[in-house]
Design a protein around this ligand. Structure first.
Ligand code: DC
Length: 220
C-alpha cells in the first residue's frame, strides 16, 4: 500500500504551499491536480476549442504534459508555467472542472501519480473521489479576504499583475462554482481533518498536519 496524503481546499487556503512542504519533508511525490485542469483549459484555448465543447474531454485525455523537477509545467514541451498560474486560467479551469466527462478523463492520470515511497495530492476532490483510501486527509480553509490577500502577494511575487478587490470577487465566484457544482464539489471528506488557517502561520498549520500524519501511522 502506497501511503497517500490528500489536501483539499479552496484557492489560497495554503494547500499548494503545504503540499509542497510536506512532500519535500517526507520525500514523497507531489500531485498538483489543479494544474491538470488548468493545462486542459489552456490546451483547449490553444486549439481554439470552446470550453463547453465535448472535445474538451478528449483534450484532457490526450494532454501532453510533463512537470520538471522544480514542478514547472510543460504543455507540448513548451514551458507555460507563468500563464498556468494566472487568475484567468484558474477561472477557465474551474469552468471545465464542473464537467463530469473532463473529470473522468483526468482520473486515471491523477491516480498514476501514486508511486513509492508515497504521494501528497492537492486539489478539490483528492480525499472525496480520487484517493478515497488515503491514509491522512486534510481540508484547509480560510476567509475569502485572507485568501485573496495571500494570492495577491503570490502573484506579485511571481512578477504578475494583480488587483486585490478584483481578486476577492474572483475568488468568491470561483469558490461558489467549485463548492456548488453537482460533480465532485469542494467539500471535506468525512474523515478529513479540517484546518482553518485564517489566523495561522504556514508553520503552525504544518505542525498540526504532521501530528495528524503521525497519528494516522503514515510515518512513525
Ligand atoms: O487549485 P487550482 O486553483 O490550481 O485549481 C484550478 C481549478 O481547477 C479550481 O478552481 C477547481 C478545479 N479543480 C478541481 O475541480 N478539482 C481538483 N482536484 C483540482 C482543481
Amino acid at each position: 500500500m502506497i501511503p497517500i496524503i490528500t489536501i483539499d481546499g479552496p484557492s489560497g487556503s495554503g494547500k499548494g504551499t503545504l503540499a509542497c512542504r510536506l512532500a519535500q519533508r517526507l520525500g514523497f511525490h507531489l500531485l498538483d491536480s489543479g494544474a491538470l485542469y488548468r493545462l486542459t483549459a489552456l490546451a483547449a484555448k490553444k486549439q481554439q476549442i470552446d470550453l463547453v465543447s465535448p472535445q474538451v474531454a478528449a483534450i484532457a485525455e490526450a494532454l501532453n504534459v510533463r512537470f520538471d523537477a522544480d514542478g514547472a509545467a510543460f504543455l507540448d514541451e513548451v514551458c507555460i508555467d507563468s500563464v498556468l498560474r494566472t487568475e484567468q486560467t484558474g477561472a477557465m479551469a474551474s469552468q471545465i472542472a464542473a464537467r463530469a466527462d473532463v473529470r473522468a478523463a483526468l482520473l486515471a492520470r491523477q491516480r498514476a501519480f501514486a508511486k513509492a515511497p508515497g504521494l501528497v495530492a492537492d486539489g478539490r476532490d483528492m480525499g472525496t473521489v480520487v484517493f478515497t483510501d488515503a491514509k491522512a486527509k486534510f481540508f484547509l480553509d480560510a476567509s475569502a479576504e485572507i485568501r485573496a490577500e495571500r494570492r495577491y502577494k503570490q502573484l506579485i511575487g511571481n512578477g504578475l499583475s494583480a488587483n486585490l478587490a478584483a481578486l476577492i470577487e474572483e475568488i468568491q465566484a470561483r469558490d461558489d462554482r467549485d463548492r456548488n457544482r453537482a460533480i465532485a464539489p469542494l467539500i471535506p471528506a468525512p474523515d478529513a481533518l479540517v484546518i482553518d488557517s485564517t489566523l495561522l502561520t504556514i508553520e503552525a498549520v504544518e505542525a498540526q498536519m504532521m501530528d495528524f500524519i503521525r497519528a494516522k501511522g503514515v510515518i512513525t
